[in-house]
Write a protein that binds this ligand. Sequence first.
Ligand code: FAD
Length: 386
Amino acid sequence: MARTYDVVVVGAGVTGAATAYFLKKAGVERVLLLDRRGVASGGTGRSAAIIRHHYSNPMLVRLTMDGVSILKSLPDETGATSGFNQTGWYFLVPEDLMAGARENVTMQQGLGVRTDFVAAADYPAWLNPDGVAGVIHEPDGGYADPVVATESLVKGFSDAGGDVRTNTSCRALLRTGERITGVLLDDGEVSAGAVVNAAGPWSHLLAASANLELPLRVVREQDTVWQARHADDMPAQSISNAVDAIYLRPLGDGRYVIGRGFPKEYVDTDPYNFKETEDDAFVSDIATRAEGRFPPFAGAKLVHGFGATYDVSPDWYPIVGAREGLQGYFDASGGSGHGFKIGFGIGRRLAGWIVDGTTEDDFRALSHDRFAAGKMFQQKYGGNRG
Ligand SMILES: Cc1cc2nc3c(=O)[nH]c(=O)nc-3n(C[C@H](O)[C@H](O)[C@H](O)COP(=O)(O)OP(=O)(O)OC[C@H]3O[C@@H](n4cnc5c(N)ncnc54)[C@H](O)[C@@H]3O)c2cc1C
């Protein structure tokens, strides 16, 4: 293996894989993508991977638009499917979020997103409308298979001459003064012109190895997979349900992923050692909430559940890009429970930033520098709802 690279990307989740893919597309010669386990073995592999453009901030809307376009073009570019299902997406809105939702829809329409409120007479048959103040639809949303999509990026990267090393831990970042100069692996040092820290829920620990502060909470998340008894009557779309604080997305063959959404209790956890199975109380809570909102869900059978982690930033927006006064280092983590759909666009823009040494102001706003500058993001809903 080479011991010198132009760029080393730590972490082969969607964010690192997309960054590596676009670095090669931009013509960067020597790029190494490494992961302590395997491709999509972190949060990406556990993701519900729901895709919606519905955000409060135009940059995040544009990142999703990028993501959808990249997911569509990946099969042609890499020869490997991206697992994208453009089934559409529904958002069930409670009364207290309606004013913000109206503003968001107007902003998103202005950016070219096909989205609107559904007239009450046209509510889908699977919906119990009690307590629902509004239903928003995006025909271009949906979901992807997060592992398949990330593998497609890694294939494209590797076919373009990028080096991939799995089962390879980055033990530390190498730092000389105000420059990150490479990474320390089990088999020695690798020097790099730039290092991208895309280590998800482990990225703050990696940053700390070079005395860099990265303000992330790691919290435990749970998800459940169900087999519907009345699958033909169930939704074919992904759904974010802010009325009951759950999300649902089809898996195919009458199966559905269902998890809890914001607001809920967030429990800090150790990304190296957390409970990876579901809690019984969580399962029964999900069943009650889902059955009440989607009557055809009645009688659904639990297939399995699991635990995972979110890497949550102070304002629930990702932390991406260069830092003032520090050379050779780029953050790329803090997906905060909604980072799959925007990971593709982040990778593309971050690769451009690394190559050009500059980026658009609204993308630069995602930099870690925002915390010292007191420029945290504001959003209409709170949490990972964007
Ligand atoms: C249950 C769940 C549901 C979600 N649902 C959605 C959703 O519906 N829509 C959406 O957009 N987002 C969703 N998200 C969020 C989204 O999946 C994540 O934000 C995104 O996938 C994070 O990708 P990442 O590449 O930043 O990090 P990760 O996928 O966590 O990748 C980080 C990688 O770094 C590697 N790594 C860590 N430390 C080291 C080291 N020292 N050396 C080498 N490698 C290292 C890890 O092995 C890992 O593979 C969900 C997340 C979860 C957990």
